[in-house]
Design a protein around this ligand. Structure first.
Ligand code: AVI
Length: 321
């Protein structure tokens, strides 16, 4: 039985007014644009879990297969007595594979904004790893983090950022985030992250347009969230999901497209949409291993190890200073 007590530290939650301002600013922009983190309310997080199980969404399967094949080698690269800090831990399904192989880990610090998902994942992991100190942090990982004091000094802090979430940031933002992570990991630390690799555009497009329509539901759920949390009056039936691969930019661009000319109330503002107007809601950037090494280099980081499947679908990289 697990008798370990753990505190859930809540850091900075966004005040409701800030949300309204962000959305209004995005709707005033030309072209209109909303940030992709708005997808992840409780239902959005559940829909994302369902996306990960769709046959077309190869990312999760490839990353898990890589971890299963190389967890021992990854643990060797990280070394013993690591403090593992996971960015955007969600259900932390992949973390288990890693924790099983780490030697004498000092603490596990999952960082997640969705408090309930965080509580549940820690509960599950604490049952499987009763001797590991859990230090959950309810916070937005894009902001500077105040990491909890570890129970004893770790040999190194490793920031774990799986799922190719780094791809949801444009290059400039990704470099800024990696730089922030570089500071948080300290001189001797490292970053272990998942990167979706460039491949046949048809396979990439299929992953974001699954036949069951789960991704479309996930995209539209952003509007349902804004209706609920900000009292907007988006008509979900009047928008559709569109995800296309932009070969030049090497990324999936996801839009909510207005099916007709319409007006939407957002606080005191009225947002007008033309028929077929496309509002950008997400980028999912894809990298070649060389592109990613160059990006990491701009943040003062070098690729110490890289693990890739034989088809070159997905990469797990270990970055150090
Ligand atoms: C979380 N992130 C890496 C996913 C991706 O592939 O960009 C989010 C997602 N959006 C649509 N499907 C999945």
């Amino acid at each position: 039985m697990n008798t370990q007590a753990w505190d859930l530290r809540e850091d900075d939650r966004r005040p409701p007014n800030e949300l309204l301002e962000i959305v209004q600013r995005g709707l005033r922009a030309r072209p209109k644009r909303l940030p992709s983190w708005l997808f992840y309310d409780e239902r959005g997080s559940r829909l994302f879990e369902a996306i990960c199980e769709q046959p077309e969404y190869y990312l999760t399967r490839c990353e898990i297969a890589l971890l299963e094949a190389h967890a021992g080698g990854i643990a060797d690269a990280l070394g013993p007595e690591v403090r593992l800090v996971e960015y955007g831990s969600g259900s932390a399904a992949k973390t288990r594979l890693l924790l099983e192989h780490l030697r004498e880990p000092v603490a596990y610090v999952p960082v997640e904004l969705a408090a309930e998902a965080l509580r549940q994942s820690v509960q599950r992991l604490a049952g499987s790893f009763p001797r590991l100190r859990m230090q959950p942090l309810c916070a937005d990982f894009t902001r500077p983090l105040r990491l909890p004091i570890p129970p004893r000094a770790p040999r190194r802090t490793v920031l774990y950022f799986p799922g190719s979430t780094i791809g949801n940031f444009e290059a400039r933002e990704a470099v800024a985030l990696l730089r922030k992570m570089r500071g948080e990991m300290g001189d001797n630390g490292g970053i272990l992250l998942g990167v979706d690799l460039k491949k046949d555009p048809a396979a990439i497009e299929a992953a974001y347009n699954d036949a069951a329509g789960v991704t479309a539901e996930f995209t539209l759920n952003m509007l349902a969230r804004l209706n609920r949390e900000l009292g907007c009056d988006f008509d979900l039936a009047a928008f559709r999901h569109r995800a296309r691969y932009n070969r030049m930019a090497g990324r999936i661009e996801t839009f909510l497209v207005s099916r007709c000319e319409q007006q939407v109330r957002v606080g005191r503002m009225t947002a007008r949409f033309a028929a077929d107007e496309a509002m950008l809601v997400e980028y999912s950037c894809k990298y070649s291993p060389e592109d990613f090494a160059a990006l990491a280099g701009r943040a003062g980081l070098a690729v110490r190890h890289a693990w890739t499947d034989p088809q070159g679908m997905f990469g797990v990289q270990y970055l150090v200073r």
